[in-house]
Design a protein around this ligand. Sequence first.
Ligand SMILES: NC(=O)c1ccc[n+]([C@@H]2O[C@H](COP(=O)([O-])OP(=O)(O)OC[C@H]3O[C@@H](n4cnc5c(N)ncnc54)[C@H](OP(=O)(O)O)[C@@H]3O)[C@@H](O)[C@H]2O)c1
Length: 298
Amino acid sequence: MDKIFNSKIILGCMRTSNLSVQELENLIFAALDLGINFFDHADIYGRGKAESLFGDVIEKNQGLREKLIIQTKCGIKNGYYDNSKEHILYSVDESLKRLKANYLDVLLLHRPDALMEVEEIAEAFNTLKKQNLVRYFGVSNMNPSQISLLQKYIDEKLIINQIQLSIVHSVILDQFFNFNMANNKACDRDGGILEYSKANNIMLQAWSVLQASWEEGTFLNNPNYQKLNEELNKLAQKYNATPEAIAVSWILRIPTKIAAVVGTTKVNRLENIAKAEDIKLLREEWYALYKSVKGLLP
Ligand SMILES: NC(=O)c1ccc[n+]([C@@H]2O[C@H](COP(=O)([O-])OP(=O)(O)OC[C@H]3O[C@@H](n4cnc5c(N)ncnc54)[C@H](OP(=O)(O)O)[C@@H]3O)[C@@H](O)[C@H]2O)c1
């Protein structure tokens, strides 16, 4: 378990399916050189292409698999969700074939499926564990009630919840700060996932840490987020780092077990981002970044 919780920065592979094998190999080895050994996949990334390209790199490099923590997700199908036992087992089998690997380090349920039978999920996870096909289990995009429900039936501890979180998409903090206020930010949209994760020793993995939203793309140098970019640039100068490293350090500063899943496909950007691990923002700096997007605190 320690090997998994050591990684503060995780390389997300959602956008890697258009790389060549050589480019992906360079990115993976650059990550390892930077101390990043945790890689996040999903069966659907590039319709399987992201996993199979990654598998090509593993096949090319003897002994590489054992140096990597490989996490993948299942449960999203074409236009609907499927967390049935049959689909989970099928999906893991297919991911392993594409990755050319004998086991997964972590399997996450990608999204809550309203038709999921928790007993079936428990059976699927037990089978995968017994067959040594998956070492650890977790979820993604789930609230505390959904996790508690699953955990009631599943023998293995759910150790991870992967959620959207960035300085701009900081919904879980809006609710945290706006307790009992008659404003929109006070709406409970996540059931207190931050507190729940800390109390239950669940690692949060933040996805899209540099994105404002799917529609807007990154907030970096985005004219809609001028104030935020001014703060990021100021702190980048102070810490002798780049704005993306400051944005990632903002995530890592949250005092719970947390990692940032970064989605760059460029080695030089990954090198910049890796500096985030050495930056500990002061309280007033962390709050200034939040306020540059969300305005005054209550
Ligand atoms: N669980 C879920 O539901 C879920 C959903 C979405 C994503 N994810 C995971 O989270 C990972 C990260 O998501 P994401 O790709 O949206 O995250 P991100 O790190 O916020 O965004 C990466 C994207 O921003 C671009 N970018 C532009 N300027 C950049 C800069 N200065 N520095 C770094 N990147 C810059 C990158 O382009 P370049 O490649 O050109 O650098 C890349 O296209 C995914 O790979 C996936 O593993 C999970």
